[in-house]
Design a protein around this ligand. Structure first.
Ligand code: PLP
Length: 394
């Protein structure tokens, strides 16, 4: 008889969004006329930009043409897209070979799949509060997880320390949920630490496009020494509104060698075994993101979310509420007032201001006492939420 992977039984049920939905539903049942201001949503709301839509249409027409029809593409990504992404990095001063870029269906898929490169005995460091998939993917693989709590004192950007020793190190900057982003010096410390200990950093850059401080690194690959210790996982989901369209990319440097094995070559072997790549049409749409016009249009959409962030930050500043994030990320990580717990503050916001946030406790134990606001909502809702926050917390 087949033995199932017993580690699935060790997964903690993810009650967070179910609990939120239940409480919201119960509130709506009692207050059917109230309009809710959904500031918990981690999904984009603006449509794809015109440059992407035009490219998608052209690619669909290619598939209707005997001359231009595309069958299977190379598993690791279409050369036109790998080259466009590598060129995008080169334009930021990071020298990458095209074949160090692997096209994927999104960061979530890669964050899970990349673990195939490492054996189950390796340990994984997760800085908490954290995107829940880091922990869950390693629980499924039966790996030992080292939890490193971050706090307001370290700006939710802890430095490497003895307790942080692990084979795999997850770093997410700008961070979901805290919105905090490493500066060059802080990130360099992690790169040096990983090189000293032979650890491997899995750098999640899903929110790099939201960085507005010109001194902050967008990619770990900008830092000296990263090519011997880091894999970068990125996505067009939040950068270009591809959450439903699906496209991401992963950078695996040639210099990444462990136990005499090239992780780059192993990843090529993995992809050519486990996937037949991403759809031609979607890769053409993604290529358009990296054109000058695509970049201009994508930034217009990001500016909309960034204005939402400014509106919420202003309201929180006016009420003297402590928060981080918002400037270089689409999330604000807000300290609950008067020592309230995450769920207590969630209920207060729901009942008194009709605002739905995401309780910080859902991102790990040290998220207790905080609540995450997302800036992906509509302008109208964001303005109303800011007004309500001023009245409630002011
Ligand atoms: N990484 C982080 C930190 C995220 O917040 C998300 C999505 O919210 C992802 C990865 C997944 O992105 P994708 O849509 O590319 O799977």
């Amino acid at each position: 008889m087949i033995t199932p992977n017993r580690h699935y039984a060790e997964l903690k049920d993810s009650y967070l969004f179910t609990h939120i939905a239940q409480r919201v539903e119960a509130y709506q049942a009692g207050h059917p006329k109230e309009r809710l201001l959904r500031m918990g949503i981690g999904d984009v709301t603006l449509p794809l930009c015109d440059a992407v839509i035009d490219a998608l249409h052209r690619a669909v027409d290619d598939q209707a043409s005997r001359e231009r029809f595309q069958g299977y593409l190379p598993e690791c990504g279409a050369p036109f897209l790998r080259s466009a992404i590598a060129e995008h990095y080169r334009s930021r001063g990071v020298s990458l070979a095209d074949d160090e870029v692997f096209v994927s269906s999104g960061a979530s898929d890669e964050l899970g799949d990349i673990l195939d490169l490492f054996d189950a005995c390796s340990s994984a460091l997760v800085i908490e509060p954290a995107y829940p998939a880091y922990v869950d993917a390693n629980v499924i693989a039966g790996r030992r997880i080292v939890h490193l709590p971050a706090s307001r004192e370290d700006g939710f950007l802890p430095e490497p320390c003895n307790e942080a020793q692990a084979d795999l190190i997850y770093l997410c900057s700008p961070n979901n949920p805290t919105g905090a982003a490493f500066d060059r010096w802080q990130l360099q410390r992690w790169v040096d630490f990983a090189n000293e200990h032979g650890s491997l950093i899995l750098f999640d850059a899903a929110y790099e496009a939201f960085i507005e401080d010109p001194t902050l690194p967008h990619s770990i690959m900008e830092l000296p020494g990263s090519n011997t210790c880091a894999i970068e996982i990125c996505s067009l989901s939040k950068t270009a509104g591809f959450t439903g369209t699906r496209l991401g990319y992963t950078i695996v440097p040639h210099e990444l060698i462990r136990a005499g094995m090239s992780l780059h070559d192993m990843w090529v072997r993995n992809r050519t075994t486990k996937t037949n790549g991403v759809s031609y049409v979607i890769q053409r749409g993604a290529e358009a993101v990296f054109t000058l016009e695509g970049q201009r249009q994508v930034r217009e959409n990001l500016a909309y979310y960034k204005e939402n962030a400014r509106i919420l930050m202003k309201a929180l500043d006016q009420t003297g509420t402590w928060y981080c994030g918002g400037r270089n990320a689409p999330y604000l990580w807000v300290q609950c007032p008067d020592g309230m717990g995450s769920w207590e503050f969630f209920d207060l916001l729901l009942h008194e201001a009709q605002i739905v946030g995401t309780p910080g406790a859902g991102f790990g134990a040290c998220g207790e006492g905080y609540l995450r606001f997302s800036t992906f909502g509509s302008r109208k809702d964001t303005e109303e939420a800011a007004r309500q926050l001023r009245m409630l917390l002011g």
